[in-house]
Write a protein that binds this ligand. Structure first.
Ligand code: AMP
Ligand code: ZN
Length: 430
């Protein structure tokens, strides 16, 4: 039931037929909302390509029509509300019918099953429960799969470890930044997760991270870590997920119609080119969204996957188009910095990027935790590492940062998605 062979290995032509039928339903349903009623009034869709004539929907549209403008069912049909993180002003709220919740749980169960976890696994969810979809989204999927599910929620590392040990947790859902932080709590307790837990699988996602960070997590814990992508506006986690090949995330095209556009011009880009992911829900009832601009930057990997699934893959998210930093006119994504910094074996668990104005010029400071033996080692070794990092960042990003190597565990962490970029330019100019 969780390996839906027919749908997961559907042929491209059958998928297109299915998508067209679902797209018709979505449009008819969306027309019931105040927002889409006007926009879709005269819409006629005969082929999938006709979707290109429809306008995009943005996060701002959701905010401007807060709270019920995009609701396409009577409110009494909704059983759940979630809200997206990190916004100012009106939050983005998303409604779910009972059927939406069921379909979402099936989707998350499909994702987890794909990686090899089964009913006999014990699943610990360290993500936040509440408005954030990471907690409840995985929770329902894991229960559907029949796993013993431990809803610990975020933080309290000692308690996390206690549960892992007492109940022989085998699979966790965890923020990549928290996975790294949790490892230091294992160390404080003189425990080694490889020997002292039964962990074998982690689902990591909800925030951008590099492959280097994933490999680090896999090595520290002796597990496989699978990238999990989603956003509240589509449902939450379950939108795209890595299979055992760990080479891009299958995006579930029976649930979502996928486009990649140039974020500046809105033009559709061919498979393989990097741009902004735009998604249309194909099965959602309470709040269908058409051509939703995710702001997430990725590209489609269109080669067949060795696992046999035919749903196309998206590459690891490079960042959000609104994350891009412009440093003295040069465009930089924070992930480029992470990727470069993580190559150095002496680099520890956390880093922070600060951007300031100095004599009207932008200045970028990168603070990087290093391992204890490096920090307490000779000054010349520390300087050597610092200079190597500066050179590498210069060549990757085209700007010369100031780098400060700091003690392990000295940079603050926050509960929830990692905040690593501090752009102080605006405050200073005001
Ligand atoms: P939210 O709706 O608050 O859960 O936030 C969704 C956003 O989190 C997405 O639009 C992405 O920017 C980010 N995100 C979620 N999963 C991943 C992932 N696996 N890799 C990178 N970014 C992610
Ligand atoms: Zn695959």
């Amino acid at each position: 039931m969780f390996w839906e062979k027919e749908i997961e290995t559907i042929s491209s032509s059958d998928l297109k037929k299915l998508q067209l039928i679902k797209l018709h339903h979505t449009i008819e349903k969306a027309k019931k909302s105040d927002y889409y009623k006007k926009i879709l009034k005269k819409t006629k869709i005969s082929t999938l390509k006709d979707i290109e004539s429809l306008p995009f929907t943005s996060k701002q549209d959701l905010r401007d029509h807060f709270p019920y403008g995009l609701l396409a069912e009577d409110l009494t049909e909704s059983v759940r509300l979630h809200s997206s993180s990190g916004t100012t002003g009106n939050p983005t709220v998303v409604f779910h019918t009972k059927e939406d919740i069921e379909l979402w749980a099936d989707l998350v169960a499909r994702c987890m099953y794909m990686t090899g976890v089964r009913k006999h696994d014990v699943f610990q969810n360290t993500m936040g429960y509440g408005l954030f979809t990471g907690g409840l989204g995985f929770h329902y999927g894991a229960e559907k799969l029949g796993m013993l599910t431990i809803p610990v929620g975020p933080g309290n590392s000692k308690r996390q470890i206690w549960f892992m040990q007492q109940f022989s947790t085998t699979a966790v859902h965890i923020l990549p930044s928290y996975a790294i932080h949790l490892y230091s709590s294992f160390q404080e307790l003189s425990l080694d997760p490889k020997k002292d837990t039964r962990l074998k699988t982690a689902f990591i996602g909800a925030e951008p991270h590099t492959n280097a960070l994933r490999v680090q997590i896999e090595n520290l814990y002796g597990i496989k870590a699978y990238n999990s992508y989603g956003l509240s506006e589509m449902c939450g986690p379950g939108v795209a997920f890595e299979c055992p090949q760990q080479n891009g995330m299958h995006i579930w095209e029976d649930h979502f119609y996928v486009e990649i556009i140039d974020p500046k011009t809105g033009q559709i880009l061919p498979d393989g080119e990097e741009g902004e992911l735009v998604l249309t829900t194909l099965k959602r009832s309470a709040m269908p969204l058409i051509r939703y601009r995710t702001r997430d930057l990725t590209r489609i990997i269109n080669e067949p996957c060795l696992c046999g699934r035919t749903h196309r893959r998206i590459e690891r998210i490079k960042g959000r188009s609104d994350d891009m930093l412009i440093i003295n006119g040069v465009n930089i994504f924070p992930m480029q910095i992470e990727q470069t910094v993580m190559q150095f074996p002496g680099v520890g668990n956390n880093y922070r990027i600060e951007i300031l104005k100095e004599n009207h010029m932008d200045r970028i400071n990168v603070l990087i935790e290093v391992h204890e033996e490096i920090f307490n080692g000779t000054l010349s070794k520390l300087d050597q590492l610092k200079n190597q990092i500066i050179e590498a960042l210069k060549s990757e990003c085209g700007v010369t940062p100031k780098v400060k190597l700091v003690e392990p565990e000295s940079l603050p962490i926050n509960e929830g998605k990692a905040v690593r970029v501090f752009d102080m330019r605006r405050n200073e100019e005001e």
